[in-house]
Design a protein. Sequence first.
Length: 380
Amino acid sequence: MKTFSHIAQEVPLNGIREFGLLASQIPDCIRLEIGEPDFPTPGHIVDAAFQAIRDGFTGYTPTSGLPSLRALCADRVTRVTGVPTDPGQINVTPGGTAGLVLALISLLDPGDEVLVPDPGWPNYPMAVKLANGVTVRYPLDAANGFLPDVAALAERVTPRTKVLVVNTPSNPTGAVFPAATTDALAAFASRHDLFVLADEVYDEMLFDGEHHGFFARDPDRTVVVYSLSKSYAMTGWRVGYTAAPPALADLMGRVQEPLVACVSAFVQKAAEAALTGPQDSVREMRDSYRGRRDMVVALLREHNLYRYTPRGAFFALVDAGAAGPDAREFALRLLSEAHVSTVPGVAFGDAARDQIRLSMAAPQDRLREGVRRIARLLRT
Ligand SMILES: Cc1ncc(COP(=O)(O)O)c(C=O)c1O
């Protein structure tokens, strides 16, 4: 028999999903592995989806999204970035996940290199492989606040380097780029003629300071991935969008057709309700995550595990080096002996091999107990 696709077989496994699956088999497990809001989707968004189904939004839409939704997304991009953005530059995608894949497939030829953060979200190397590219990791050093270092990036540039992937606020570190970092990275990309693939799905999940996104820096070479998943507690609805230069946006739309055709029509109507409706729930959820962040930081201090303060997203890396150099072993023990699920740092790259990632999108009592058990197991 002939073999399956080598490319597909080389797509790395996703370590977050792996630990999610293991945790789901332990009924009383404290689930700190999953990066998912624990709030329900706000009621007016749910109502809009039901209404849309009743109103007949049950068929295909144009590939890149309903014109009305693309216009709303373009308005938001214009508002938050200050860059006048046309609806034609928007692709409505099944989550930021798909936006990332569409961008990479549209940008890469076989063997093109993509600079990917280490530690970084596992889907980056998976998507690069799917798009026939080659992942080249660049370090996010804890000593540098987990911010990219331009000199380290420059060392990794070759004639094949085509795309720089950046993520702020960051999963898994919770780092948020100051303006100077965004400026320096945009200038670096321009100097080396790279496209910037900016993952800004956590742009509303900011606890301190401001979001400094990439579109405003260089809209001609930048694709930004946005999502409604985190801001509106809509992870399961699968809706996000991208903003890109017009020609690239067209190409991404062409690529989206054979992949998914379009996002569900009534989900798009719900997304319209999310973007146009009251934004209080976004603020309330963010305030709640900030409270949990503060609590986790205080608990880590108490247990002598504090290293840094995450400024956005809802994740914290915790040093598990006391249990040995490979925190995967520790995460497995934590799961089987203490019934706490986390994600070992290696799921995000080699740089975080001795860390585990906690999601702070869990109820406070679970977080408190989870951190207590982590600290206890680290001491034994
Ligand atoms: C850094 C980052 N980017 C993108 C996504 C994609 O989210 P979604 O596909 O739900 O929009 C996630 C989800 O966890 C993420 O953590």
